[in-house]
Design a binder for this molecule. Sequence first.
Ligand code: ADP
Length: 275
Amino acid sequence: MDATFLQAADQGTPGNVADAPYYLPTGDEVEVFEQCHAQGLAVMLKGPTGCGKTRFVEYMAWRLKRPLITISCHDDLSASDLIGRFLIKNDGTEWHDGPLTRAVREGALCYLDEVVEARQDTVVVLHPLTDHRRELPIDKTGELVRAAPGFGLVVSYNPGYQRMLKDLKPSTRQRFVALDFGFPAPDVEARIVARESGIGEPDARALVQLAGRLRALHDRGLAEVPSTRLLVAAAQLAVRGVPLPRACMHAIVAPLSDEASLVAAMRDLVDATFV
Ligand code: ADP
């Protein structure tokens, strides 16, 4: 047997190891997700943007050997965009499955990113897939699609973001097992930054230290704090030769705020970190 293949039965791990998305667990999320999948429970990943939710789903799809279908939610997303629609053909109309229907038929993992962005009348089409029925009624064709084995529903949700404007209904929330994603512990985050960018460990640790200081500015009005994604971006610039403090200004400070006083406070923290 090819040495790069792990035996699924023995190790609970599938697929070609070389293809595995890099994901460093930060708690028991891998085990809990596997149990949810085995039991057919829908999963909600809660946490700020850029903290590893999408990477986690990619990793779990690889680990569980399921295709992954990702849908980015927005407020124009309609039930038809998820389920499908009749399209005009030369001599009539033809039904086309939407991405949710395809996932249900294929037994894929279906990941709805930022589900809170979708309207309530769109989100309710998920409900029959999240309980014992595990089926998707297609009103326009009269078909009732039962979820193929392996189908899993995953949504992500950023609790801080636009909380005042939008939130999920309790009747929707209670259909999911929730996994909390915060920023990783500093040593874990430094390993991620180093691995994702190729930057040395000392610089990765300094970036994480800076992130800790910047995240504390949340209390002083910084609405969005720097995510692991921004640290990786700064490190990638630095690896390409941009001096680290400049890389931090471009990849971390500027994207986070336009407000002069906050930018100045962040610049001071950058300077203090890389003296
Ligand atoms: P989210 O979906 O939460 O917005 P992503 O999954 O896109 O965030 O994560 C952003 C980036 O941060 C990833 O591309 C990856 O480089 C890095 N990352 C964050 N957490 C992890 C982790 N636990 N393991 C590996 N990479 C991570």
